[in-house]
Design a protein around this ligand. Sequence first.
Ligand SMILES: Nc1nc2c(ncn2[C@@H]2O[C@H](COP(=O)(O)OP(=O)(O)O)[C@@H](O)[C@H]2O)c(=O)[nH]1
Ligand SMILES: Nc1ncnc2c1ncn2[C@@H]1O[C@H](COP(=O)(O)OP(=O)(O)O)[C@@H](O)[C@H]1O
Length: 306
Amino acid sequence: MTGSRDRGVPERSIPDPGAAGRAAIEARRARAAVKRALAAGQRGPRDVAERAWQEPDGVEARLRVPEYFGSLRGMGPKRVETLMRELAIAPSKRLGGLGGLQRERVRAWLDVVDPSRRPRLIVLAGPTAVGKGTVAQYVREHFPQIRHSVSATTRAPRPGEIDGVHYAFVSDAEFDRMVDEGEFLEWATVHNLSRYGTPRSSVQAALDEGSSVLLEIDLQGARQVRESFPDAVLLFLAPPSWDELVRRLVGRGTETPAERAKRLETAKVELASQPEFDATIVNSDVAEAAHEVVERILAAEAEARE
Ligand SMILES: Nc1nc2c(ncn2[C@@H]2O[C@H](COP(=O)(O)OP(=O)(O)O)[C@@H](O)[C@H]2O)c(=O)[nH]1
Ligand SMILES: Nc1ncnc2c1ncn2[C@@H]1O[C@H](COP(=O)(O)OP(=O)(O)O)[C@@H](O)[C@H]1O
């Protein structure tokens, strides 16, 4: 009699300890699966963090921050420890428990130094005077993590252009030598006038260091890059209108009327090539266009590896 009452009481008032244990094991397994997916590059770190912040009860939110960082490629315990200090996040914190400022710091870190990002070769092409140089300069000033290649050219420097900064200005003979020795990743004669080429070694060095590289080159060069680097990202910078393009070319005032006419001929061919590119960005406002270029680069870097 007594025995049966003793058995009945605990069954009603204490939750099944087996079920709680099973749930904890299940949750641990789910967290381990997220960490494995991060380590294998099957899930992006940004995707995991954003999910944690959208779903406070989800598995991602329950991941401890050091475990999350520690699952990323190239992040050993020492680097994780340093990073946690830099981001001012306590080691016991879970992703879902981060405050607004901490989330912003994690996002900023992911944008710039996340080791699982893949550096990409980016081509910025478009007709003469559309603003390629101006937009690239904005990117250079505001996003130093993106590298820029300095081309070699046989054209004469314009006033204010610095050898080795805007271009490496070389003679015809020197350009011939560079072509013969295979020093160019691509090269072309532009506007039927001068030759321009992208040096292979500096571009490769930047990619090897983990930085994406922006190439500001013409349509023929863009096509060569597509051939030899099929996963390069090709961006086309377009003018808001043809009249605005002419205004910019004239306004820049660096060409004679005959040179301008030649450039506008090339521009017509280039504008017709837009469908060959991965995306078209209209340069109405320099800052907006530059931000769009950078967004495209960051999105390409974050694409999962094959
Ligand atoms: N293929 C190729 N084109 C380049 C290179 N460097 C610059 N260009 C292109 O050459 C063209 C002429 O450049 P530039 O003489 O500075 O004058 P712009 O056309 O008025 O900007 C532009 O379309 C540039 O994008 C390069 O290394 N390779
Ligand atoms: N978004 C813009 N709005 C107005 N003018 C611009 C804009 N972008 C560039 N420009 C101007 O147009 C001219 C050509 O720009 P530039 O960068 O030299 O072109 P590209 O390198 O494509 O030949 C320059 O005088 C520049 O100041």
